[in-house]
Every structure is written in structure tokens, then in C-alpha cells.
Design a binder for this molecule. Structure first.
Ligand code: C2E
Ligand code: CA
Ligand code: CA
Length: 592
């Protein structure tokens, strides 16, 4: 006798011997059933929690079966091939044919394939993945179709894609994507023999807005300006927000309405009006723009953007609020400066500098009043580089601190030597940069060196420029007051070149005023300069300051300055900057 049991399609035959054995076989069967139902439960749970629906098709039975989350996707079940038509009705029209093809991949002898379809009513994206199992004779036996909701996943991917291409603050292209788009422009321009322009744009004095009004206001300003710039986007124009207050516009084949000139004009026009922020603030801004074109400035995208940036820096240095176009000289100057900066760093430690001293004479008797210490530098190639070139670079990189310390020590040492030899009452004028004044131990260092070389405070004069005062008025004037209390003289250098107004001179902690060479140059020929110079000297004398005219080159200038009672003169007429030995000869003459 035989007992047939069907468990998941497997036919099992149990031969019955006697009762014990029968019981044993029943227990075994129950145990197997239980194991199978556990496994079935597990598989069902896996299917259900997979957020997918499955359609199973058995080729032998020609039967369909729907499994797991079918209801999430469809309001009907698929029992046979005719029901598939209802499936096609559910998807958007353009998906019908691809869906039909993927559902019957066995016709192409394929094992698996997947496509994405959109469900018409539910507006969800579904990935349809079909797997077909073949037997040894390569006949299909089973087919499993998996429907997976990928709406969320796609949205996440979209967000990642967005972040990869766009800047969150402004919604403009980000730097990386801009570079990619520009690379396409550049490649295309090379093929079509045309040009690509980059406008590198930076707010002027953005730090002041950020510091003064807070970064939230700064961010909003960047945002609204970015919105305005986005309106300039077009077929051949891409706009990008790089970071902070930096924007870049790329133009393919710039001409006519999409020429740099036209775009800049539109921007300038907009900047005449303030930007209104959500807090009610109305802010005016100006921007500096550097322009470089491919192939003139560079043929690689990154170089092109770099060039435009360097040109923008130059536009800033030239007074901001302007557009500047690439010229080879701008790049040369930049590279030269970068090179100087590198050389300066080593020079500061090898101390490959020398000091020159330029005599200053009293106007009335042409007697030596003092000397101005002026640094000289021979670079690695043995070329003399002007301090007017390298001092600003040293100031930017901070190298001015060790260089400045060396200048003071070297000059005081020379002074001590002259004093010991000639006992001539002389003033040593030293040029001091803002960064040096800002060093917390500047005064201490000064005192230490004066003591070391036995130089009295009254024998020293420190020259400052107006920009030092403007940038850090309170901090610097406090320090100057301390230095003056000690007895050191303070001199205001290059007067007339900066913000100088006579009324502002009042109350400054200074002893001496140096009238800039630019005045002296035209003092004889230009009536207006004469009027100004005369009123400066008149006023300054009333305030009790000593005056020095700089850059006196002719007898005529000298005579005139003597007439209007300028106290001292300094210039090539009576003495160029010279090495210490030459000053010694002068001192020897004076004391003879
Ligand atoms: P400055 O302080 O205005 O120095 C005067 C500059 O005018 C010097 O140029 C001097 O050589 C030049 N000069 C003097 N008389 C005449 C003249 O009659 N005609 C003409 N054409 N030029 C004349 P130099 O030595 O090249 O210095 C340039 C600038 O570099 C200085 O301008 C000063 O700002 C800076 N500098 C020089 N040495 C030092 C230093 O040791 N420390 C700091 N911080 N700056 C320095
Ligand atoms: Ca000076
Ligand atoms: Ca000067």
C-alpha cells in the first residue's frame, strides 16, 4: 500500500509496513511539513518586506501567480496571459512597448533584463526586472518578474545629482560642473574655430558686509545677486557660483547680445540699484571682473579660469568696481610676483639685503638733518629689485616681519657706528609697515635694539603711511602715542597721495610730515599744486609739525621750497640713497 503526499509539487511515496513504522512516517511527514511551512513563511516575509511585487510564471503549467506586495502596485491579479493587458493599461503610454518586450525576454533567449516604467495613476516609478530560468535543453522553465518602487531612490539620486551640479545657496551651477561645461565649450570652440570667454567676478569689500552685517545677510546678498545673474543664462551663456562672493560666467562665441561688454553693461546697470533683502535692508554693491578668452589667454579650461581670476585681482588692485581684460603683461607681473615671493622667503633668512641711506637736508643752510633708511635687495639672479615692488609682496606674505626686524637692527648698528665716529646730531628715519606695528612685541623690540646699540629715542624717527592709520586707526595711534611718550619721532610719509585732508591732520600723534614727490614734481609748473603745497606747509607749521619735501630733483624746486619755508628737503638733487660708507664721507664733510 502506498500513500501519496504532495508537498510543493514533490510527490512522495510512503510504504506502510506496520503501525510503528506508519507512526514514524507520519511524524516525519509532519516535521517536514512544518519545516516547509517555516521556509515558506520566511520566503513570504522576505518577499513582502522587499517592497516589491512578484509575478511568477511557470512555462510547463502556463500559469501566472502574483506574490508579495502586488496590491501596492496594481488593483488586480494576473492569472493568465490575458491579464497582462491590464498591466499595460496601468503604465504610461510610452512605456507599453518596452514593458511588453521585457516581459517576454525568453523570445530573445535572454536571461534577465530590467526597465523603468511610470505608473499612470499613481505617479510612481517602477523598476521591472525579469529573470528567466532555462533547463539543460535551453528551454525556459520559470519566469520571475519583479516590480520595485524606485520613486524615492530616484528622488535621492536626483538630489545627489543636483548637489553634484548645482550650488545649494544660489541654485546656479557649481564650480565643478561649470568647469565641465566650459571644457565642452572650449572643445567645441577649437573645432569650430571660435572663442570662449570667462568673466571672473568678485564682490568688492564683501568682508565689510559680512563683518558689519553678519554672514546671514552676506549669504542672502549672494543669493539675490545669484538670482539676478541667473537671468543672464542663455543658450551659449553659463553662470556659476564658485564660492563665497565669487561668480563666473562662461560665454561661447561671445558676440552681440552675448558679448562681455553687453553682459557687463547689464550687470553695471543693475548694480546702480540696491539689492533688497528680506530683513528690509537695501545694499549697494560693486564687483570687480577679470576677463580671459580662449585661445588668446589659454587653451585649457582651468588655465583660462585661472587667468580670468588673476585679471580680476589686477582689477581690484586698480581700484575695484571695474572690468579688466586679459593682457600678457598682467600674467607676467603675477608670475614675477609669485617668483619674487618665493625668493623673498629664502632671502629673508639668508639676509641677502643691504641698507642704503638717503640724506635729508635742512633747507635754509643745507646742513644734514638725518637719513632715511631704504632697503636694497639683489635677487638670486643678481638683479636689483626695487623695494616699491617687493615690500608690498613681503607685506602680503608676512615676510615683512623678519625683513623689517633686520632693517631696524642693521640701521641702528650703522647709526651707532656713525655716532661713535662723528658725534653729529642726526635723525635716523625708518620705514615701518602696518604689519610690523601690529606685532604685539613691536615696541619692546624697538626698545631692546635701542638699548643694544645705545641709540636715544630722540635720534629715531618712524615713518608711517596714511594707509596704516586708516586700516587700524585706534590700535596704531595708541602704539604711536606710547612711542612718542618715549621720545621717538613719528613722521607721516607720502602725504598727499592718500586720503589726506588737512583737517584730518589735526590731533594725529605725529611730529613730521613728508610731502610726497608727486607734489614736488609739479610744484614749479602747476599753479594749483603750488597753492595746495603752500597751504599744507602753512597749516602744518601752525600745528607744530616739521616738514620734509621728498623727491627734490632741481634747484628750482629747492629754491621755491626754501621760499615757502619748507623745513627740509630730500631728493636726488642733494643726495641719492647711498651705502653706509658714503654717509660717513658726508658726515666727515659736515664735521670737518
Ligand atoms: P618712500 O618711503 O617714499 O621712499 C622714498 C623713495 O623715493 C625711495 O625709493 C627713494 O629712493 C626715492 N627717491 C628719493 N628721492 C628721489 C628723487 O629725487 N627722485 C626720485 N625719482 N626718487 C627719489 P626706494 O628706495 O625705491 O623705496 C621705495 C619705497 O619702498 C619707499 O618709499 C618705501 O615705501 C619702501 N621701502 C624702502 N625701504 C623700506 C624698508 O626698509 N621698510 C619698509 N617697510 N618699506 C621700505
Ligand atoms: Ca619713507
Ligand atoms: Ca615717501
Amino acid at each position: 500500500m502506498g500513500l501519496f503526499v504532495r508537498i510543493w509539487g514533490i510527490r512522495t511515496s510512503i510504504r506502510v509496513w506496520h503501525m510503528d513504522e506508519l507512526k514514524y512516517q507520519v511524524d516525519l511527514l509532519n516535521a517536514m511539513n512544518e519545516k516547509l511551512s517555516r521556509e515558506e513563511k520566511m520566503l513570504r516575509l522576505i518577499c513582502e518586506t522587499s517592497n516589491s511585487a512578484f509575478l511568477y510564471y511557470n512555462f510547463a503549467d502556463d500559469k501566472f501567480q502574483t506574490v508579495a506586495n502586488w496590491e501596492h502596485f496594481f488593483g488586480f491579479t494576473v492569472a493568465d496571459a490575458r491579464d497582462l493587458n491590464r498591466l499595460y493599461d496601468c503604465v504610461e503610454e510610452q512605456c507599453v512597448i518596452p514593458l511588453r518586450e521585457v516581459l517576454f525576454i525568453e523570445q530573445q533567449k535572454l536571461q534577465s533584463q530590467s526597465i523603468e516604467v511610470k505608473l499612470r495613476d499613481k505617479h510612481i516609478c517602477v523598476q521591472v526586472e525579469v529573470n528567466v530560468v532555462y533547463d539543460e535543453a535551453e528551454n525556459p522553465t520559470d519566469k520571475i518578474v519583479r516590480f520595485r518602487d524606485v520613486t524615492k531612490l530616484n528622488a535621492q539620486n536626483d538630489e545627489l545629482t543636483y548637489l553634484a551640479y548645482y550650488d545649494v545657496l544660489t541654485g546656479l551651477y557649481n564650480r565643478n560642473y561649470f568647469v565641465r561645461l566650459m571644457s565642452d565649450f572650449v572643445r567645441k570652440a577649437q573645432e569650430e574655430n571660435t572663442t570662449v570667454a570667462v568673466m571672473f567676478m568678485d564682490f568688492d569689500d564683501f568682508r565689510r558686509i559680512n563683518d558689519g552685517m553678519g554672514i546671514i545677510v552676506g549669504d542672502e546678498l549672494v543669493q539675490v545677486f545669484g538670482q539676478f545673474l541667473s537671468e543672464l543664462m542663455g543658450d551659449h551663456i553659463v553662470v556659476s557660483h564658485f564660492n563665497g562672493d565669487v561668480f563666473c560666467i562662461g560665454i561661447y562665441d561671445p558676440c552681440g547680445a552675448r558679448s562681455v561688454e553687453t553682459l557687463y553693461k547689464t550687470i553695471r546697470e543693475r548694480l546702480k540699484r540696491p539689492f533688497r533683502l528680506s530683513g528690509g535692508q537695501e545694499i549697494f554693491i560693486t564687483v570687480s571682473v577679470g576677463v580671459a578668452e580662449c585661445p588668446e589667454a589659454a587653451t585649457s579650461t582651468l588655465e583660462l579660469i585661472n587667468c580670468a581670476e588673476i585679471v580680476m585681482f589686477k582689477a581690484k588692485a586698480m581700484g575695484k568696481d571695474k572690468v579688466l581684460y586679459y593682457e600678457g603683461t598682467i600674467l607676467d607681473e603675477f608670475l614675477k610676483n609669485a617668483n619674487i615671493e618665493n625668493q623673498l622667503k629664502t632671502a629673508a633668512f639668508q639676509q641677502s639685503f643691504t641698507m642704503y641711506y638717503q640724506p635729508q637736508f635742512r633747507t635754509n643752510d643745507r646742513k644734514l638733518r638725518g637719513v632715511e633708511a631704504l632697503i636694497r635687495w639683489k635677487n638670486d639672479d643678481g638683479k636689483m629689485i626695487s623695494p616699491a615692488v617687493f615690500i608690498p609682496i613681503a607685506e602680503k606674505s608676512g615676510t615683512i616681519v623678519p625683513i623689517g626686524a633686520w632693517v631696524i637692527e642693521e640701521s641702528l648698528q650703522a647709526y651707532a657706528e656713525w655716532k661713535r665716529k662723528y658725534h653729529y646730531p642726526l635723525v635716523m628715519s625708518l620705514n615701518i609697515s602696518a604689519i610690523q606695528y601690529r606685532q604685539p612685541d613691536f615696541i619692546e623690540q624697538m626698545l631692546h635694539l635701542m638699548e643694544k646699540y645705545d641709540v636715544a629715542p630722540s635720534e629715531i624717527e618712524l615713518e608711517i603711511t596714511e594707509s596704516v592709520l586708516i586700516d587700524d586707526f585706534t590700535e596704531v595711534t595708541e602704539k604711536l602715542a606710547v612711542l612718542r611718550d618715549i621720545g621717538i619721532k613719528i613722521s607721516l610719509d607720502d602725504f598727499g597721495t592718500g586720503y589726506s585732508s588737512l583737517s584730518y591732520l589735526k590731533g594725529l600723534p605725529i611730529d613730521t610730515l613728508k610731502i610726497d614727490k608727486s607734489f614736488i614734481d609739479t610744484v614749479v609748473t602747476d599753479e594749483n599744486t603750488r597753492i595746495i603745497t603752500e597751504s599744507i606747509i602753512y597749516m602744518v607749521k601752525k600745528l607744530g609739525y616739521e616738514t620734509i619735501a621728498e623727491g627734490v630733483e632741481t634747484e628750482e624746486q629747492y629754491r621755491y621750497l626754501n621760499e615757502i619755508d619748507c623745513d627740509n628737503i630730500q631728493g636726488y638733487l642733494l643726495g641719492r640713497p647711498m651705502p653706509s660708507e658714503k654717509i660717513e664721507s658726508l658726515l666727515a664733510d659736515m664735521t670737518a
